[in-house]
Design a protein around this ligand. Structure first.
Ligand code: GAR
Length: 205
């Protein structure tokens, strides 16, 4: 089995990153986090990475004239660090089809809703205003669309009458921290088989 090198892309506080680092430290995910990249210089995720001795790089979106230039810089960093699996952990940018094609089948994302409901940047607000009674989170392979790729794993949580975006987000986040490292573990162990939109989890060898 080849040794996977994970590149984690973040935009903010990096609590999902922390859960992935913990899973690597426990030996649950048998791979190395080769680099953490944020699109903002002040993303707390970078600090979390540095504290753990993981290379941490800011590729600041607004420093580039065009999205293609930003993505070229991202790709250069990923390639420098030998990344074989890209994990989007709270990365709030849409990747172009060209970028997605370059890493097809090797990009995982976590989204804080039960896709295909409530894609996009305001999942909790959208779920509350729709009035759903159940929400949750989804780990999926990234394709050219927005939050539209094949689903690997989901977890559901109840929505309470008095929920705010913050209380719902906190309940969902606890599940994110559970299923994202688990999905990454399955990928790294070669146990995810994609057949069109269906992702099957293969039994342990
Ligand atoms: C998480 O809830 C993640 O699902 C969400 O951003 C948050 C990042 O938190 N991602 C998206 O909304 C992507 N569309 P974190 O920085 O603490 O991991």
């Amino acid at each position: 089995m080849r040794e996977e090198k994970i590149g984690v892309l973040c935009s903010g506080r990096g609590s999902n990153l922390a859960s992935i680092i913990a899973a690597v430290e426990r030996g649950d995910i048998r791979a190395e986090i080769a680099v953490v990249i944020a699109d903002k210089a002040d993303a707390y995720a970078l600090e979390r990475a540095r504290e753990k001795g993981i290379p941490a790089v800011a590729v600041v979106y607004r420093d580039y004239a065009a999205r293609a230039d930003f993505e070229d810089a991202l790709r250069a960093e990923l390639s420098t660090h030998g990344v074989t699996l890209i994990v989007l952990a709270g990365f709030m940018r849409i990747l172009t089809p060209a970028f997605v094609h370059a890493y097809a089948g090797h990009i995982l994302n976590i989204h804080p809703a039960l896709l295909p409901s409530f894609p996009g940047a305001h999942a909790h607000r959208d779920a509350l205003s729709y009035g759903v009674k159940v929400s949750g989170c989804t780990v999926h392979f990234v394709d050219e669309g927005t939050d539209s790729g094949p689903i690997i794993m989901q977890a559901a949580v109840p929505v309470h009458d008095d929920d705010t975006e913050e209380t719902l987000a906190a309940r969902v986040l606890a599940e994110e921290h559970r299923i994202f490292p688990e999905a990454i573990r399955l990928y790294v162990d070669g146990r995810l088989q994609m057949d069109g939109r269906q992702v099957r989890i293969l039994p342990c060898q």
